[in-house]
Design a protein around this ligand. Sequence first.
Ligand code: PT1
Length: 277
Amino acid sequence: MERLARWFEEKERVLVMGVLNLTPDSFYDGGRYITAQEAVERALKMIDEGADIIDIGGESSRPGARSVSVDEELARVIPVVEQISRRSDAMISVDTTKSAVAQAAIAHGAAIINDISALRFDPNMGKVVAQGGAYLVLMHMQGTPETMQQDPEYTDVVAEIKSFLQERIHSAISTGIDRERLVVDPGIGFGKRLPHNLSVLRRLAELKELGVPILIGLSRKSFLGEILDLPTSERLVGTIAANAIAIVNGADIIRVHDVKEGRWTADVAVRLRCDAT
Ligand code: PT1
């Protein structure tokens, strides 16, 4: 819990969030269910490789993904949260839009709720996060995961994301969440075509004006596949290149599948910011 708090004092560090998917249909490492024990081992390895945060997801949000029931998501996520928090002091984040999952996760040791709907899908989410004293990631998405890639359109993508996030920050604060506990995320690949994703990464400085830390999740996403004409398994170098630029442009937290490479990218790129000492 203390580590994100320290971000506010010591800004010359980028946090690395390692992705732990508990879904059988993840876009990169999916394809089968992993057991709780395998998931915990994977998390401990990511922590050893330099992850500051483990982001645990029990429902896929990739384009076209199907939703899962509360009971199924609880059964996948909670045992893993509980065991990781028992065996490590890394921060635990839970990628969920459901307040029941968030509440149980916080009770079992999660410090961050990563809500890709930014409090829009479950009316109780704000209250649960406020009462639990957790951090909250507010992410931008046009549409829903099922429909978001059908025909995303913007007049000015960065201005629209910025005003959406500003409104969601005010909404979160009005439910009782401290401003100091908020993180924003422009939602790379969530209702955005290639030029939209590129504009966001080029113009991240405009989102810095919101005054809260910025999380970027671009690891192995399809915009890299479009540029490189390569499948997810071959997108690591593109991921590193784009994360380095995102960090130079102001990203504070990067969400990655490949933690060792993400850690090295972060530690070099943060030193190459114009205002680095
Ligand atoms: C993200 C994110 C997330 N991404 C946050 N949480 C995913 N805060 C899940 C593609 O275009 O960026 N930020 N949780 C994964 N979602 C996607 C979206 C995966 C798009 C792949 C694509 O390939």
